[in-house]
Ligand binder design. Structure first.
Ligand code: NAP
Length: 319
């Protein structure tokens, strides 16, 4: 029997159906999260290891890359990679892969779920019925807002942003977008100014990458431009929105609604958001369907196997 190939796994894939089992079945896995002293574990087990598997939640710092002198490939579960030091990896000639495309539809679907939940007060109405409010008070919950035919602004028209935009056609919505670069391959109007896009939109969906380049991109100015009837939806990364400014804009009535899958300091959610009935809150579940999580797992493992077989990952990340 040939010995299994030794790899390092940074964290336990609690949100993936069988990733831990499949990795443990096929590889000799150093389970880094089980060691109280990571640095010591890397020093003890790091030599000779050429593959590390991780995710955006677990990350991979420059220090970890440095502590693995023989590292050649980082295979990540998920499309975002802002917590992986890709520059440090590429400088060392280490390939990095992620799992794009396979999660696009489910994340776009969830953005629409959030949009509808906020506008039509679905989560609020559910709480109201469960609490026995229906029939106890005169009337029902406050009126919501129509979605069909409205203006949809998208911040970041990448894979997920485009899938969200495409669904807008089914709701007869006028779609515009903002990103750093204007695209020539889409039928949507480009807005070079994010504040102008927010002022135009009824619904503003954030679908950019995370990381320092988009930190607090959705500022107080953007939120106030969206205005008291506007709704912000975030399925990208929490820190893309200035959360303190969001809380304040909602409290002061300068922004209508917020529907959020991601937060600035996950899993912490500000009490002011929890207390506000104009806010819909989800626990970062954009890709959390059985089918998509399985596809993400498959693609991460394909990258790992392809690297070992051919020396090249299938879906590489560039800087
Ligand atoms: P993608 O195809 O790379 O698209 C990212 C988009 O962000 C690009 O269109 C890019 O356009 C834009 N962008 C980057 N920096 C920007 C900036 N400073 N201002 C405005 N736009 C900017 O990525 P994707 O596959 O659509 O995924 C997008 C993100 O969704 C991921 O990175 C991840 O953080 C998040 N995500 C969340 C969940 C969840 O569970 N909620 C699940 C999956 C993914 P330009 O380069 O032209 O600016």
């Amino acid at each position: 029997m040939t010995a299994k190939h030794r790899i390092i796994q940074v964290g336990s894939y609690a949100g993936s159906p069988t990733a831990n089992e499949r990795l443990a079945r096929d590889y000799d896995v150093v389970e880094l999260w089980k060691y109280p002293d990571r640095k010591a574990a890397l020093a003890e087990h790091g030599k000779g290891i050429d593959v590390l598997v991780t995710s955006a939640s677990f990350g991979c710092t420059a220090d970890m890359i440095e502590a693995l002198p023989d590292l050649k490939a980082i295979c990540s579960w998920g499309v975002g990679y802002e917590t992986i030091d890709v520059q440090a990896a590429l400088r060392r000639g280490v390939q990095v892969s992620n799992t794009p495309d396979v999660l696009t539809d489910c994340v776009a679907d969830l953005a629409w779920g959030l949009m509808l939940a906020a506008a039509r007060r679905i989560a609020y109405g559910d709480r109201f019925v469960r609490a026995g409010g229906w029939g106890q008070v005169h009337g029902s919950i406050p009126l919501g807002a129509r979605v069909s035919g409205k203006k949809l602004g998208i911040v970041g028209l990448g894979r997920i942003g485009q899938a969200i935009a495409k669904r807008g056609a089914g709701f007869d919505m006028d779609v515009r977008y903002h990103s750093r670069n204007k695209r020539d391959d889409v039928p949507y109007a480009y807005e070079g100014s994010l504040v102008d896009l927010a002022a135009w939109a009824d619904f503003l969906v954030v679908a950019t990458v995370g990381g320092p380049g988009t930190h607090h991109l959705i500022s107080r100015q953007v939120l106030e431009a969206l205005g008291p009837k506007g709704t912000i939806i975030n399925i990208a990364r929490g820190p893309v929105i200035d959360e303190a400014a969001l809380v304040q804009a909602l409290q002061e009535g300068k922004l209508g609604n917020a529907a959020l899958d991601v937060f600035e300091h996950e899993p912490k959610v500000p009490d002011a958001l929890k207390a506000n009935d104009n806010v819909v809150l989800l626990p970062h579940i954009g890709s959390a369907t059985y089918e998509t999580r399985r596809d993400m797992e498959d693609l991460m493992l394909q990258n790992l196997e392809a690297y070992l077989r051919t020396g090249k990952v299938v879906t590489p990340v560039s800087a």
